[in-house]
Design a protein around this ligand. Structure first.
Ligand code: SF4
Ligand code: SF4
Length: 189
Protein backbone atom coordinates (compact mmCIF):
# COMPACT_ATOMS: atom_id res chain seq x y z
CA UNK A 1 0.00 0.00 0.00
CA UNK A 2 1.24 3.50 -0.83
CA UNK A 3 2.05 5.72 2.18
CA UNK A 4 0.22 9.07 2.24
CA UNK A 5 3.46 11.13 2.04
CA UNK A 6 4.39 9.31 -1.17
CA UNK A 7 1.08 10.08 -2.84
CA UNK A 8 0.75 12.82 -5.40
CA UNK A 9 -1.81 15.62 -5.04
CA UNK A 10 -4.11 13.90 -7.51
CA UNK A 11 -4.16 10.72 -5.38
CA UNK A 12 -4.56 12.63 -2.12
CA UNK A 13 -7.76 14.18 -3.40
CA UNK A 14 -9.32 10.65 -3.17
CA UNK A 15 -12.36 11.56 -5.26
CA UNK A 16 -10.59 10.91 -8.60
CA UNK A 17 -9.32 7.57 -7.24
CA UNK A 18 -12.83 6.59 -6.15
CA UNK A 19 -14.08 7.54 -9.61
CA UNK A 20 -11.31 5.50 -11.21
CA UNK A 21 -12.27 2.46 -9.07
CA UNK A 22 -15.92 2.82 -10.06
CA UNK A 23 -14.94 3.01 -13.72
CA UNK A 24 -12.92 -0.23 -13.47
CA UNK A 25 -15.79 -2.00 -11.68
CA UNK A 26 -18.32 -0.61 -14.13
CA UNK A 27 -16.23 -1.63 -17.11
CA UNK A 28 -16.03 -5.29 -15.93
CA UNK A 29 -19.71 -5.40 -14.95
CA UNK A 30 -21.03 -4.12 -18.28
CA UNK A 31 -18.48 -6.04 -20.35
CA UNK A 32 -19.38 -9.33 -18.63
CA UNK A 33 -23.08 -8.66 -18.94
CA UNK A 34 -22.74 -7.83 -22.64
CA UNK A 35 -20.59 -10.90 -23.40
CA UNK A 36 -23.00 -13.21 -21.49
CA UNK A 37 -25.90 -11.80 -23.55
CA UNK A 38 -23.92 -12.44 -26.74
CA UNK A 39 -23.21 -16.02 -25.57
CA UNK A 40 -26.93 -16.56 -24.93
CA UNK A 41 -27.55 -15.47 -28.53
CA UNK A 42 -24.91 -17.94 -29.73
CA UNK A 43 -22.43 -15.18 -30.64
CA UNK A 44 -18.83 -14.30 -29.69
CA UNK A 45 -18.16 -17.73 -28.14
CA UNK A 46 -14.42 -17.01 -28.30
CA UNK A 47 -14.77 -14.09 -25.84
CA UNK A 48 -14.47 -15.11 -22.18
CA UNK A 49 -16.82 -13.72 -19.55
CA UNK A 50 -16.44 -14.05 -15.78
CA UNK A 51 -18.39 -16.88 -14.16
CA UNK A 52 -19.57 -17.18 -10.58
CA UNK A 53 -19.59 -20.69 -9.15
CA UNK A 54 -23.12 -21.36 -7.92
CA UNK A 55 -22.22 -23.22 -4.72
CA UNK A 56 -23.54 -25.67 -3.59
CA UNK A 57 -25.05 -26.61 -6.97
CA UNK A 58 -21.58 -26.26 -8.49
CA UNK A 59 -18.16 -26.39 -6.87
CA UNK A 60 -14.47 -26.40 -7.60
CA UNK A 61 -12.38 -29.44 -6.75
CA UNK A 62 -10.78 -28.63 -3.38
CA UNK A 63 -7.35 -29.72 -2.12
CA UNK A 64 -7.16 -32.01 0.92
CA UNK A 65 -5.90 -29.05 2.93
CA UNK A 66 -9.14 -27.11 2.33
CA UNK A 67 -10.54 -25.95 5.68
CA UNK A 68 -14.21 -26.89 5.55
CA UNK A 69 -16.97 -27.38 8.10
CA UNK A 70 -15.81 -28.74 11.42
CA UNK A 71 -16.31 -32.15 12.91
CA UNK A 72 -15.58 -33.63 16.33
CA UNK A 73 -13.67 -36.88 16.05
CA UNK A 74 -14.81 -40.01 17.87
CA UNK A 75 -13.19 -42.71 19.95
CA UNK A 76 -13.59 -46.36 19.03
CA UNK A 77 -16.58 -46.66 21.38
CA UNK A 78 -18.31 -43.80 19.42
CA UNK A 79 -17.93 -41.28 22.26
CA UNK A 80 -16.42 -37.88 21.70
CA UNK A 81 -12.62 -37.62 21.61
CA UNK A 82 -12.63 -34.09 23.05
CA UNK A 83 -11.47 -33.74 26.67
CA UNK A 84 -12.90 -30.23 27.14
CA UNK A 85 -9.48 -28.67 27.69
CA UNK A 86 -10.63 -25.33 26.19
CA UNK A 87 -7.44 -24.88 24.12
CA UNK A 88 -9.42 -24.50 20.89
CA UNK A 89 -11.75 -21.92 22.44
CA UNK A 90 -8.73 -20.03 23.82
CA UNK A 91 -6.98 -20.04 20.44
CA UNK A 92 -10.09 -19.02 18.50
CA UNK A 93 -9.67 -15.40 17.36
CA UNK A 94 -13.38 -15.07 16.64
CA UNK A 95 -14.40 -16.33 20.11
CA UNK A 96 -17.02 -18.52 18.52
CA UNK A 97 -16.46 -21.79 20.38
CA UNK A 98 -18.55 -22.40 23.48
CA UNK A 99 -17.64 -25.38 25.70
CA UNK A 100 -19.23 -26.58 28.90
CA UNK A 101 -17.10 -29.24 30.57
CA UNK A 102 -18.41 -32.20 32.51
CA UNK A 103 -16.72 -34.85 34.68
CA UNK A 104 -16.19 -38.13 32.86
CA UNK A 105 -16.93 -41.35 34.77
CA UNK A 106 -13.69 -42.78 33.32
CA UNK A 107 -11.06 -41.23 35.64
CA UNK A 108 -8.06 -41.23 33.24
CA UNK A 109 -10.05 -39.09 30.77
CA UNK A 110 -11.33 -36.73 33.46
CA UNK A 111 -13.47 -34.40 31.37
CA UNK A 112 -15.67 -34.27 28.30
CA UNK A 113 -17.77 -31.52 26.70
CA UNK A 114 -21.34 -31.57 27.97
CA UNK A 115 -21.88 -28.76 25.47
CA UNK A 116 -19.67 -27.93 22.53
CA UNK A 117 -20.91 -25.31 20.09
CA UNK A 118 -19.43 -23.37 17.18
CA UNK A 119 -21.16 -20.22 16.02
CA UNK A 120 -20.42 -20.51 12.30
CA UNK A 121 -21.63 -16.97 11.63
CA UNK A 122 -18.64 -15.72 13.61
CA UNK A 123 -16.13 -18.38 12.54
CA UNK A 124 -13.51 -17.20 10.04
CA UNK A 125 -12.36 -20.74 9.16
CA UNK A 126 -8.78 -20.00 10.15
CA UNK A 127 -8.12 -23.51 11.49
CA UNK A 128 -6.51 -22.31 14.76
CA UNK A 129 -8.83 -24.58 16.76
CA UNK A 130 -7.55 -27.61 14.84
CA UNK A 131 -3.93 -26.52 15.36
CA UNK A 132 -4.47 -25.93 19.07
CA UNK A 133 -6.12 -29.26 19.86
CA UNK A 134 -3.68 -31.61 21.60
CA UNK A 135 -5.69 -34.76 20.91
CA UNK A 136 -6.90 -34.43 17.30
CA UNK A 137 -10.46 -34.02 18.53
CA UNK A 138 -11.51 -31.38 16.03
CA UNK A 139 -10.92 -31.39 12.30
CA UNK A 140 -11.95 -29.33 9.28
CA UNK A 141 -11.40 -31.99 6.63
CA UNK A 142 -15.01 -32.37 5.48
CA UNK A 143 -14.51 -30.48 2.19
CA UNK A 144 -17.74 -28.53 2.79
CA UNK A 145 -18.34 -24.80 2.87
CA UNK A 146 -20.40 -23.55 5.80
CA UNK A 147 -24.15 -23.52 5.30
CA UNK A 148 -25.17 -20.18 3.82
CA UNK A 149 -28.88 -20.63 4.43
CA UNK A 150 -31.03 -20.40 7.53
CA UNK A 151 -33.69 -18.25 9.12
CA UNK A 152 -32.34 -17.48 12.57
CA UNK A 153 -28.98 -17.25 14.31
CA UNK A 154 -29.40 -20.65 15.94
CA UNK A 155 -29.56 -22.29 12.49
CA UNK A 156 -25.86 -21.46 12.21
CA UNK A 157 -24.76 -22.75 15.61
CA UNK A 158 -23.33 -26.27 15.27
CA UNK A 159 -23.63 -28.30 18.46
CA UNK A 160 -21.77 -31.32 19.77
CA UNK A 161 -24.19 -33.89 18.37
CA UNK A 162 -24.13 -32.40 14.88
CA UNK A 163 -20.33 -32.16 14.92
CA UNK A 164 -20.05 -35.80 16.07
CA UNK A 165 -22.61 -36.99 13.53
CA UNK A 166 -20.55 -35.35 10.79
CA UNK A 167 -17.65 -37.63 11.71
CA UNK A 168 -19.90 -40.70 11.54
CA UNK A 169 -21.29 -39.59 8.16
CA UNK A 170 -17.82 -38.95 6.79
CA UNK A 171 -16.77 -42.39 7.91
CA UNK A 172 -19.85 -44.07 6.42
CA UNK A 173 -20.36 -42.06 3.20
CA UNK A 174 -17.06 -40.32 2.48
CA UNK A 175 -16.67 -36.71 1.37
CA UNK A 176 -18.98 -37.18 -1.63
CA UNK A 177 -21.74 -38.51 0.61
CA UNK A 178 -21.33 -35.55 2.97
CA UNK A 179 -21.53 -33.14 0.06
CA UNK A 180 -24.69 -34.79 -1.33
CA UNK A 181 -26.33 -34.51 2.10
CA UNK A 182 -25.25 -30.86 2.28
CA UNK A 183 -26.87 -30.12 -1.09
CA UNK A 184 -30.03 -32.05 -0.15
CA UNK A 185 -30.46 -29.92 2.99
CA UNK A 186 -29.89 -26.74 0.97
CA UNK A 187 -32.60 -27.69 -1.53
CA UNK A 188 -35.15 -28.49 1.18
CA UNK A 189 -34.87 -25.21 3.08
S1 SF4 B 1 -11.73 -22.04 12.45
FE1 SF4 B 1 -10.84 -20.28 13.56
S2 SF4 B 1 -12.56 -18.92 13.91
FE2 SF4 B 1 -13.43 -20.90 13.38
S3 SF4 B 1 -13.81 -21.96 15.30
FE3 SF4 B 1 -11.75 -22.56 14.62
S4 SF4 B 1 -10.36 -21.08 15.58
FE4 SF4 B 1 -12.41 -20.21 15.70
S1 SF4 C 1 -11.57 -29.91 20.68
FE1 SF4 C 1 -9.45 -30.33 21.36
S2 SF4 C 1 -8.69 -28.32 22.01
FE2 SF4 C 1 -10.91 -28.15 21.93
S3 SF4 C 1 -11.59 -28.59 24.01
FE3 SF4 C 1 -11.67 -30.51 22.84
S4 SF4 C 1 -9.71 -31.49 23.25
FE4 SF4 C 1 -9.47 -29.35 23.85
Amino acid sequence: MQRVEHMGLWERLYFPEILRGLMVTGYHFWRNLFVHILHQAGLAKNLEAAQTVQYPDERWPYPDTFRGRHRLTLKQDDTVQCTACFLCATACPAECIYIQAGEYPDKPVEKYPVRYEIDTLRCIYCGFCVEACPCDAIRMDTGLHPANWGFSRKDFVEDRELLMQRSRDLDAKGKEGLYEEHVRRYRHV
